[in-house]
Design a protein around this ligand. Structure first.
Ligand SMILES: [Zn+2]
Length: 267
Protein backbone atom coordinates (compact mmCIF):
# COMPACT_ATOMS: atom_id res chain seq x y z
CA UNK A 1 0.00 0.00 0.00
CA UNK A 2 1.04 3.61 -0.41
CA UNK A 3 0.53 6.69 1.76
CA UNK A 4 0.16 9.94 -0.19
CA UNK A 5 0.58 12.16 2.85
CA UNK A 6 2.20 11.72 6.25
CA UNK A 7 4.33 13.63 8.73
CA UNK A 8 6.89 11.02 9.64
CA UNK A 9 8.89 13.29 11.96
CA UNK A 10 5.89 14.02 14.16
CA UNK A 11 4.78 10.42 13.99
CA UNK A 12 8.16 9.27 15.31
CA UNK A 13 8.12 12.00 17.97
CA UNK A 14 4.72 11.11 19.25
CA UNK A 15 4.54 7.39 19.42
CA UNK A 16 6.79 4.56 20.33
CA UNK A 17 5.24 1.97 18.02
CA UNK A 18 6.26 3.99 15.02
CA UNK A 19 9.80 4.35 16.36
CA UNK A 20 10.07 0.60 16.91
CA UNK A 21 8.58 -0.21 13.49
CA UNK A 22 10.57 2.51 11.80
CA UNK A 23 12.50 0.27 9.47
CA UNK A 24 10.45 -2.86 9.17
CA UNK A 25 7.06 -1.31 8.50
CA UNK A 26 7.48 1.53 6.15
CA UNK A 27 5.25 1.86 3.10
CA UNK A 28 5.97 3.94 0.01
CA UNK A 29 4.90 7.36 1.23
CA UNK A 30 5.31 11.08 0.83
CA UNK A 31 6.63 12.65 4.03
CA UNK A 32 5.64 16.30 4.27
CA UNK A 33 7.88 18.70 6.19
CA UNK A 34 7.55 22.39 6.98
CA UNK A 35 10.73 23.06 8.94
CA UNK A 36 14.38 22.13 8.45
CA UNK A 37 14.42 19.72 11.37
CA UNK A 38 11.58 17.50 10.19
CA UNK A 39 12.99 17.56 6.66
CA UNK A 40 16.38 16.32 7.88
CA UNK A 41 14.67 13.44 9.68
CA UNK A 42 12.70 12.54 6.53
CA UNK A 43 15.76 12.73 4.33
CA UNK A 44 17.68 10.39 6.61
CA UNK A 45 14.75 7.96 6.76
CA UNK A 46 14.54 8.13 2.97
CA UNK A 47 18.19 7.12 2.65
CA UNK A 48 17.61 4.19 5.02
CA UNK A 49 14.27 3.07 3.64
CA UNK A 50 14.04 -0.50 2.36
CA UNK A 51 14.23 -0.72 -1.41
CA UNK A 52 10.59 -1.63 -1.88
CA UNK A 53 9.40 1.24 0.30
CA UNK A 54 10.36 4.53 -1.27
CA UNK A 55 10.02 7.52 0.98
CA UNK A 56 9.44 10.61 -1.13
CA UNK A 57 10.22 14.04 0.26
CA UNK A 58 7.89 17.01 0.33
CA UNK A 59 8.49 20.44 1.77
CA UNK A 60 6.18 23.45 1.93
CA UNK A 61 4.95 26.32 4.05
CA UNK A 62 1.87 24.95 5.76
CA UNK A 63 -0.95 27.46 5.24
CA UNK A 64 -1.60 27.61 8.99
CA UNK A 65 1.94 28.76 9.65
CA UNK A 66 1.50 32.50 8.84
CA UNK A 67 -1.30 32.80 11.41
CA UNK A 68 1.20 31.88 14.14
CA UNK A 69 3.41 34.86 13.29
CA UNK A 70 7.13 34.93 14.11
CA UNK A 71 9.98 33.95 11.81
CA UNK A 72 8.74 30.43 10.98
CA UNK A 73 7.04 31.33 7.71
CA UNK A 74 10.12 33.06 6.31
CA UNK A 75 12.43 30.24 7.40
CA UNK A 76 10.07 27.67 5.92
CA UNK A 77 9.75 29.51 2.60
CA UNK A 78 13.50 30.02 2.27
CA UNK A 79 14.12 26.37 3.12
CA UNK A 80 11.62 25.23 0.47
CA UNK A 81 13.30 27.39 -2.16
CA UNK A 82 16.75 26.13 -1.22
CA UNK A 83 15.78 22.43 -1.14
CA UNK A 84 14.11 22.75 -4.54
CA UNK A 85 17.17 24.42 -6.02
CA UNK A 86 19.34 21.62 -4.62
CA UNK A 87 17.02 19.03 -6.21
CA UNK A 88 16.28 17.45 -2.84
CA UNK A 89 12.48 17.46 -3.20
CA UNK A 90 10.07 15.01 -4.78
CA UNK A 91 7.10 17.31 -4.17
CA UNK A 92 6.40 20.92 -3.21
CA UNK A 93 3.96 21.27 -0.29
CA UNK A 94 1.89 20.87 1.64
CA UNK A 95 0.85 24.41 1.02
CA UNK A 96 -2.42 26.09 0.06
CA UNK A 97 -5.14 27.85 1.98
CA UNK A 98 -6.72 27.53 5.38
CA UNK A 99 -9.59 29.97 5.88
CA UNK A 100 -11.30 27.83 8.48
CA UNK A 101 -11.80 30.58 11.04
CA UNK A 102 -11.26 34.30 11.59
CA UNK A 103 -7.80 33.74 13.03
CA UNK A 104 -6.58 31.95 9.91
CA UNK A 105 -8.45 34.35 7.61
CA UNK A 106 -6.39 37.25 8.96
CA UNK A 107 -3.34 35.82 7.24
CA UNK A 108 -5.08 35.39 3.87
CA UNK A 109 -2.90 37.96 2.03
CA UNK A 110 0.20 36.14 3.23
CA UNK A 111 -1.27 32.76 2.27
CA UNK A 112 -1.87 34.21 -1.22
CA UNK A 113 1.72 35.33 -1.55
CA UNK A 114 3.15 32.05 -0.28
CA UNK A 115 0.89 29.89 -2.45
CA UNK A 116 1.91 31.82 -5.58
CA UNK A 117 5.57 31.26 -4.72
CA UNK A 118 5.03 27.50 -4.30
CA UNK A 119 3.38 27.31 -7.71
CA UNK A 120 6.35 29.14 -9.26
CA UNK A 121 8.87 26.81 -7.64
CA UNK A 122 6.91 23.66 -8.56
CA UNK A 123 6.68 24.91 -12.14
CA UNK A 124 10.33 25.90 -12.35
CA UNK A 125 11.52 22.49 -11.08
CA UNK A 126 8.82 20.33 -12.67
CA UNK A 127 7.59 19.05 -9.30
CA UNK A 128 4.11 17.98 -8.19
CA UNK A 129 2.32 20.29 -5.76
CA UNK A 130 0.59 19.02 -2.59
CA UNK A 131 -2.31 21.18 -1.49
CA UNK A 132 -4.04 21.62 1.86
CA UNK A 133 -7.30 23.51 1.44
CA UNK A 134 -9.99 24.32 3.98
CA UNK A 135 -12.93 26.60 3.16
CA UNK A 136 -10.98 28.02 0.24
CA UNK A 137 -11.73 25.97 -2.86
CA UNK A 138 -12.65 29.20 -4.69
CA UNK A 139 -8.98 30.20 -4.38
CA UNK A 140 -7.90 26.94 -5.99
CA UNK A 141 -10.29 27.53 -8.90
CA UNK A 142 -8.94 31.06 -9.22
CA UNK A 143 -5.43 29.61 -9.59
CA UNK A 144 -6.38 26.89 -12.08
CA UNK A 145 -4.63 28.53 -15.06
CA UNK A 146 -1.34 28.17 -13.14
CA UNK A 147 -2.10 24.79 -11.59
CA UNK A 148 -2.69 23.18 -14.98
CA UNK A 149 0.92 23.90 -15.93
CA UNK A 150 2.22 21.65 -13.13
CA UNK A 151 3.07 17.96 -13.59
CA UNK A 152 0.48 17.01 -10.93
CA UNK A 153 -1.57 18.60 -8.17
CA UNK A 154 -2.38 16.41 -5.18
CA UNK A 155 -5.21 17.47 -2.88
CA UNK A 156 -4.48 16.05 0.52
CA UNK A 157 -7.70 15.31 2.48
CA UNK A 158 -9.82 16.46 -0.47
CA UNK A 159 -12.61 18.62 1.01
CA UNK A 160 -14.71 19.18 -2.13
CA UNK A 161 -17.62 17.47 -3.85
CA UNK A 162 -17.18 15.05 -6.75
CA UNK A 163 -18.43 17.90 -9.00
CA UNK A 164 -15.68 20.24 -7.72
CA UNK A 165 -13.08 17.59 -8.48
CA UNK A 166 -14.47 16.97 -11.96
CA UNK A 167 -14.40 20.69 -12.77
CA UNK A 168 -10.73 20.92 -11.79
CA UNK A 169 -9.99 17.98 -14.09
CA UNK A 170 -12.02 19.61 -16.89
CA UNK A 171 -9.90 22.73 -16.50
CA UNK A 172 -6.91 20.63 -17.46
CA UNK A 173 -5.36 20.20 -14.02
CA UNK A 174 -3.64 16.85 -13.54
CA UNK A 175 -5.37 16.52 -10.18
CA UNK A 176 -5.32 13.66 -7.68
CA UNK A 177 -7.63 13.46 -4.68
CA UNK A 178 -6.38 11.91 -1.48
CA UNK A 179 -8.51 10.48 1.34
CA UNK A 180 -7.70 9.43 4.88
CA UNK A 181 -9.61 8.55 8.01
CA UNK A 182 -12.34 11.06 7.15
CA UNK A 183 -13.77 8.04 5.29
CA UNK A 184 -13.78 5.97 8.46
CA UNK A 185 -15.11 8.87 10.54
CA UNK A 186 -18.17 9.08 8.31
CA UNK A 187 -17.52 12.46 6.69
CA UNK A 188 -20.31 12.48 4.09
CA UNK A 189 -18.57 14.68 1.52
CA UNK A 190 -15.29 12.73 1.63
CA UNK A 191 -17.25 9.50 1.25
CA UNK A 192 -19.20 10.81 -1.76
CA UNK A 193 -16.04 12.06 -3.44
CA UNK A 194 -14.12 8.83 -2.82
CA UNK A 195 -17.11 6.88 -4.14
CA UNK A 196 -17.63 8.90 -7.32
CA UNK A 197 -14.46 10.67 -8.52
CA UNK A 198 -12.57 8.85 -11.31
CA UNK A 199 -10.82 5.89 -9.68
CA UNK A 200 -7.52 6.55 -11.44
CA UNK A 201 -7.43 9.94 -9.64
CA UNK A 202 -7.78 8.63 -6.09
CA UNK A 203 -5.06 8.28 -3.45
CA UNK A 204 -5.08 7.14 0.16
CA UNK A 205 -3.25 8.80 3.03
CA UNK A 206 -2.80 8.64 6.78
CA UNK A 207 -1.77 12.29 7.41
CA UNK A 208 -0.05 10.48 10.29
CA UNK A 209 -0.11 11.21 13.13
CA UNK A 210 -2.74 13.95 12.72
CA UNK A 211 -5.85 12.20 11.42
CA UNK A 212 -6.75 9.47 13.92
CA UNK A 213 -9.86 7.32 13.82
CA UNK A 214 -12.24 8.09 16.65
CA UNK A 215 -10.93 5.26 18.85
CA UNK A 216 -7.22 6.08 18.35
CA UNK A 217 -4.88 8.81 19.46
CA UNK A 218 -2.93 8.98 16.19
CA UNK A 219 -3.15 7.80 12.61
CA UNK A 220 -0.68 5.26 11.32
CA UNK A 221 0.13 3.04 8.34
CA UNK A 222 -1.97 0.23 9.77
CA UNK A 223 -4.99 2.39 8.84
CA UNK A 224 -4.24 1.97 5.12
CA UNK A 225 -5.66 -1.54 4.63
CA UNK A 226 -8.85 -0.42 6.41
CA UNK A 227 -9.13 2.56 4.06
CA UNK A 228 -8.50 0.28 1.08
CA UNK A 229 -11.31 -2.11 2.11
CA UNK A 230 -13.68 0.79 2.65
CA UNK A 231 -12.88 2.18 -0.78
CA UNK A 232 -13.61 -1.22 -2.37
CA UNK A 233 -17.00 -1.24 -0.65
CA UNK A 234 -17.80 2.35 -1.71
CA UNK A 235 -16.84 1.76 -5.35
CA UNK A 236 -18.78 -1.50 -5.50
CA UNK A 237 -21.90 0.21 -4.20
CA UNK A 238 -21.62 3.29 -6.41
CA UNK A 239 -19.75 2.34 -9.59
CA UNK A 240 -19.16 -0.66 -11.82
CA UNK A 241 -15.99 -1.57 -9.88
CA UNK A 242 -16.09 -5.26 -9.04
CA UNK A 243 -12.47 -5.93 -8.10
CA UNK A 244 -10.90 -7.26 -4.90
CA UNK A 245 -8.98 -5.43 -2.18
CA UNK A 246 -5.76 -6.49 -3.92
CA UNK A 247 -6.97 -5.01 -7.21
CA UNK A 248 -7.73 -1.78 -5.39
CA UNK A 249 -4.26 -1.70 -3.84
CA UNK A 250 -2.71 -2.11 -7.29
CA UNK A 251 -4.80 0.78 -8.65
CA UNK A 252 -4.08 3.13 -5.73
CA UNK A 253 -0.36 2.33 -5.80
CA UNK A 254 -0.20 2.98 -9.52
CA UNK A 255 -2.04 6.31 -9.00
CA UNK A 256 0.50 7.18 -6.30
CA UNK A 257 3.51 6.68 -8.56
CA UNK A 258 1.81 8.43 -11.49
CA UNK A 259 0.99 11.43 -9.28
CA UNK A 260 4.38 11.77 -7.63
CA UNK A 261 6.85 10.43 -10.15
CA UNK A 262 4.95 10.67 -13.43
CA UNK A 263 5.56 6.99 -14.13
CA UNK A 264 3.64 3.78 -13.65
CA UNK A 265 6.49 2.30 -11.67
CA UNK A 266 5.07 0.51 -8.65
CA UNK A 267 8.23 -1.01 -7.17
ZN1 LIG B 1 -0.71 17.15 6.66
Amino acid sequence: MTDAHCHLYYLLQHNQDAERDRCRFIVPCVASAWNPEDFRCHEEASRNAPEDARLLLGFGVHPQLPAHGGPDTTISLETMEQLASEHRLDAVGETGFDLYDAWFRESEPEQDRIFARHIEIAHEHGLPLVIHVRRALHKIFAASAYLKKLPAVIFHSWPGTPGDGDSLLKRGINAFFSFGNALVCNHKQAIRSAALLPLHRILLETDAPYQPRRDCSYSYWTDLPVLGELLVQLRRENTDFSGSADDMTTIIDSNFFRAFTGTNHTG
